[in-house]
Design a protein around this ligand. Structure first.
Ligand code: AVI
Length: 315
């Protein structure tokens, strides 16, 4: 059993895994993908030929960063949710007008701290204040800096798609509460051919499968579970009516898994659901944002309209 992670985090994971295994259908939050190994696997996913969202979003940032910076204005206080490896923010920081501060927020502490330290070597005079936090729960921000410009939150990568519609609504409401007079720059994966979507979550090198299965590796190491990794398979498919990729871990046989000495049965073909990745129409994003009190501004997309960056303001 791994004793190196903070006990409070381990206990939370244990409780959530107990709940996950006790319910029908079985389901665990995708936030448990992102231990150190999982974060590194996600970085590899972003480089895969089939996984178009990252390179498409980067190309949009590259083409339109100057317009985005104009929307941000002078002296912006920039916050980023799910900051990960801090690759995308570089496009904005390169053109931002005297950014007052950059606050990257991520659940994976070691990954965030290493990435922040590296960013600091490139942007030597920028104030960087990394915050390790789970932004899927109600979050708090460090107080605004007096005398600075707008608070602008950047939420790229279509991570909003990993939320349920209710969680997305709560997230938008939190933005309204904490970013009055500011804005949210939101990256969203748009609806497209199911074949393209399917390939993005079923890559030929099996990296997405390893990412998905990493939850079980993590449960074995941190919680002392006995998942047999050869008896679970990665399963990802596009659910068109619900506009989402669903990712599951599928039990290849009838089997028993233990957590804390308690047996949990999996039938053959039963799944542990690990992630939704919702896909959106432009109108759908605008409707969801309006419903929580945000106002819509410019939208930047790629020529194929695979991905969109939405400027949403908070009155
Ligand atoms: C982080 N998130 C937006 C990714 C997605 O596409 O939903 C996570 C991911 N899951 C499988 N591949 C990538």
């Amino acid at each position: 059993m791994d004793m190196t992670i903070p006990e409070s985090e381990r206990l939370q994971f244990m409780q959530d895994m107990q709940t996950a295994l006790s319910q029908t259908p079985k389901r665990i939050s995708p936030k448990y993908f992102y231990d150190q190994a999982g974060s590194a696997l996600f970085d590899s996913i972003c480089e895969l030929p089939e996984y178009y969202p990252t390179r498409t979003e980067l190309s949009i940032l590259q083409s339109h960063a100057a317009d985005m910076s104009a929307c941000m204005g002078e002296n912006p206080d920039i916050i980023e949710f799910g900051a990960g490896s801090l690759q995308k923010i570089r496009y904005l920081l390169n053109v931002a007008r005297n950014p007052a501060r950059y606050v990257p927020m991520d659940i994976s502490g070691p990954h965030l701290k290493a990435a922040s330290a590296e960013l600091q070597t490139e942007f030597v005079s920028l104030k960087i204040l990394p915050v390790v936090a789970d932004y899927t729960n109600p979050w708090h921000l460090p107080s605004a800096l007096p005398g600075t410009g707008k608070r602008v939150a950047f939420f790229p990568g279509s991570t909003i798609g990993n939320f349920s519609p209710a969680q997305a609504h709560t997230f938008f409401q939190n933005c309204v509460q904490h970013l009055r007079g500011g804005a949210l720059l939101l990256g969203v994966d748009l609806i497209k051919s199911p074949d393209v979507l399917h390939a993005a979550y079923n890559d030929s090198q099996g990296v997405t499968a390893a990412f998905n299965l990493n939850i079980l590796t993590r449960a074995n190491r941190e919680l002392g579970c006995d998942f047999d990794l050869t008896q679970f398979a990665h399963s990802a498919f596009y659910n068109a009516p619900l506009k989402r990729i669903e990712m599951h871990l599928l039990s290849l046989k009838s089997q028993i898994v233990h957590l804390n000495g308690v047996p949990y049965a999996f039938e053959q073909g039963e799944t542990l659901h690990t992630e939704y990745s919702h896909k959106f129409t432009i109108a759908g994003v605008q409707q969801a944002a309006h419903a929580a009190g945000l106002e819509t501004g410019p939208i930047w997309t790629d020529p194929q309209q695979y991905f969109g960056l939405f400027w949403l303001t908070i009155p």
